[in-house]
Design a protein around this ligand. Sequence first.
Ligand code: PBG
Length: 325
Amino acid sequence: MFPSHRPRRLRRTAATRRLVSETTIRPEQLVLPMFVKEGLAEPVALTSMPGVVQHSRDSLRKAAAEAVAAGVGGLMLFGVPERHDAVGSGATDPDGILNVALRDVRAEVGDATVLMSDLCLDEFTDHGHCGVLDAHGNVDNDATLEVYAEMAVAQAHAGAHVLGPSGMMDGQVAVIRSALDDAGFEDTGILAYSAKYASAFFGPFREAVDSQLKGDRKTYQQDPGNIREALREIQLDLAEGADMVMVKPALPYLDVIRAAAEMSDVPVAAYQVSGEYSMIEAAAANGWIDRDRAVLEALTAIRRAGADIVLTYWAVEVAGWLDGR
Ligand code: PBG
């Protein structure tokens, strides 16, 4: 008895495999997250994210230009202030590090890539939460929205093409949209971190932004076991005017990416977060995994699940690999 169906026929040669390959990754689909820290003279390497640095203003400009030369689709900037306070003043200050860095990078790269900025307070507050706190120490949703509105206008003014609200406050997309429109920034886009989970995979990011957080973010980020609320968050963000929606983290939430891709009428992004990066780097450093293959496999899976855009710390390196193919 011989098999009457032979799927292996399509796997026999590299040329056949290439012909029938369903999922592609292109440099312009990748967005590079970058950290810039106030007051640094030289970039500082991050122990928990080998190969990633906190940039100085100068090194950020240079790295941004290199990323554009490598063909990446966008840059997502995170600012790390020297001083933190209860309301995250550095976030709304036009001379705050993130706003200054946006100006620097926009001057350097112009419209050659899509310049994005993280719109959240956790990097700027002394308690490390994504919003301001009420008298009982709880994150105050509506008071936070007022700060986000101000932050949005500051970032648009500084030159961001797209803002990435990542604080998971209710109503954040609508408030930011109307603040931008009122200030004459109707062309500034919003990439909503719509379905963002209270994830252990953000661990290494906390070092990257000198996070001051003591507790957790479970009152605003989603329970990892839930998908229905992710779909609801996405629906709300679409209704509030998001230009793109995002699922975060990526690899542990492929089903959420798939569901988002099916329901969304705008592009869907996925954020391959710090922990996803560090796990592969750490395993590879121990000789336990083939690093480059694992990186490509993870990115392919995220694309296969339905992400149009992937935020990844490997964006520049992977863009280089794809170039040669
Ligand atoms: C919030 C924000 C976080 C990340 C991106 N934006 C941290 C958090 O919500 O706790 C995590 C990114 C990563 O882990 O790579 N400003």
